[in-house]
Design a binder for this molecule. Structure first.
Ligand SMILES: Cc1ncc(COP(=O)(O)O)c(C=O)c1O
Length: 424
């Protein structure tokens, strides 16, 4: 544990006013829930909105609703994604099918999608990883011709858009997450959105069976949000970051998560969501652009014009090798830079799924897991932090801080990629 300025890899600050609004929500539950629902309907331009306990609860519910409509049971998910996603598929009683990920755009690998999306497939998840917009219309065109639903995973992309349409309004049905590491947070929470009446009816039936959150659960979450807000400040984050048993930022596969309706305290915590989303987006996009401009001489950038605005929950950088990635993460831990490796493996390599997924290979996703680092872009990042981040990336790219075993020559032979995924 080092007492120094330490950046969290991701942070969604909350103000004292938001905490008060959480308590107001408890006093005026119906008004709070109704207002939030109306605001989301209008922002996304959708007819149906539900709020639930988390993003994975939202996905699980969506999958059960879609399954009740079509009977198919295979769910295509990206080979590299949050472990909550396969958790939700298994929780819904359905089977995971993997599609590889294009490492330069984070779109599905479309040739691979053609081979996996057969007549057993219920839906394909279009995931805007790290806030980078996926080509949902292309996924939809492919899927709809085969009777497959498109579920838009907007857990990491709330506030982004693509060709003038907000992310979350493009799939047959979409979900958001308000978890701790997301663009805005209420501790834990999720939303489901759809414009499709048939899907809406099936979802209404699933939602009607959900229990409410307990009073204890509401207040515990409120206290956790308050404590998190105190500790995520970079002047204090060294403390939780130095406690390994907290397992901060760890993604895990587990299926016994709660599935409840969102409570009015969480809804109250989201009362100022529009303002918070705007300032979160401005910081993330501005910081990402500053980092990209500074890093352009050391890393080759992939340009994809006209594809909408990414919100960059964090900025992804593909290092040339696992050794380079490990060196940067070591340096970050030493200097409190908030560089993180996101998910530890591809979904194929999750131990609890290894039997069922052993024949589903996703080599590009495995490569992304080995080499991807993310740089923090959130509101608590300062100009000085940006300079220190760029210096760290550049020095690791020059071969400083690598293990003696891995010379730059070895790195060149091992890796040919040093691009950043898509820049707009
Ligand atoms: C891409 C993606 N999908 C789904 C989820 C699940 O959201 P939650 O943590 O709210 O359950 C997450 C959460 O990290 C995520 O990153």
């Amino acid at each position: 544990m080092k007492l120094q300025r330490t950046l969290p890899p991701s942070a969604a600050p909350i103000e004292w006013r938001d905490l008060i609004q959480g308590l107001v929500g408890l006093a005026r539950p119906q008004v709070t829930m109704d207002r939030l629902q109306a605001e989301f309907r209008s922002y996304f331009g959708v007819k149906h909105v539900w709020f639930v306990s988390s993003g994975k609860a939202a996905l699980s519910l969506i999958l059960q609703a879609l399954h009740s409509l079509s009977g198919r049971s295979q769910v295509v998910i990206p080979g590299y994604t949050c472990f909550s996603v396969p958790s939700a598929v298994v929780r819904a009683g359905l089977s995971v099918r993997l599609c590889d990920v294009d490492p330069l755009t984070f779109d599905p690998d479309f040739p691979h999608l053609e081979t996996v999306a057969d007549s057993d497939v219920l839906c394909v998840l279009a995931t805007h990883l790290l806030g980078i917009g996926v080509d949902v219309p292309r996924v939809a065109e492919f899927c709809h011709a085969r009777g497959i639903f498109v579920v838009e995973d907007v857990a990491q992309a709330f506030g982004g858009d693509r060709n003038g349409k907000v992310l979350g309004s493009l799939g047959d049905v979409s979900f958001l997450s308000f978890g701790r590491g997301k663009n805005i947070t209420c501790g834990s929470g999720g939303a489901i959105l759809t414009n499709d009446d048939r899907i809406g009816e099936a979802l209404a039936q699933e939602y009607a069976q959900l229990p409410d959150e307990s009073l204890l659960g509401m207040l515990t979450n409120w206290l956790e949000v308050a404590a998190t807000q105190f500790l995520i400040n970079p002047s204090r984050y060294w403390f939780p970051a130095g406690l390994p048993f907290l397992k901060l930022g760890e993604t895990k596969f587990y299926t016994d998560f709660p599935i409840t309706r969102m409570d009015p305290v969480r809804a109250g915590l989201l009362r100022r969501w529009k303002k918070r989303l705007t300032s979160s987006r401005i910081s993330r996009v501005t910081h990402a652009e500053q980092l990209l401009r500074s890093l352009v001489s050391t890393v080759r950038l992939v340009k994809a014009s006209g594809r909408g605005e990414s919100v960059y929950l964090r900025l992804p950088v593909l290092m040339r090798s696992k050794q380079e990635k490990d060196a940067l993460c070591r340096r970050s831990a030493d200097e409190g830079l908030g560089v993180s490796s996101l998910y530890p493996s591809s979904v194929e390599q999750i131990a609890m799924l290894s039997e069922t997924l052993s024949s589903q290979h996703v080599p590009q996703s495995t490569m992304i897991a080995e080499r991807l680092v993310t740089l923090p872009t959130h509101e608590l990042v300062s100009d000085d932090d940006l300079l220190r981040l760029c210096a760290a990336v550049e020095s690791v790219q020059r071969g400083q801080g690598l293990n003696r075993k891995s010379s730059p020559e070895q790195l060149d032979k091992q890796g040919h990629m040093q691009e950043l995924p898509r820049v707009r």
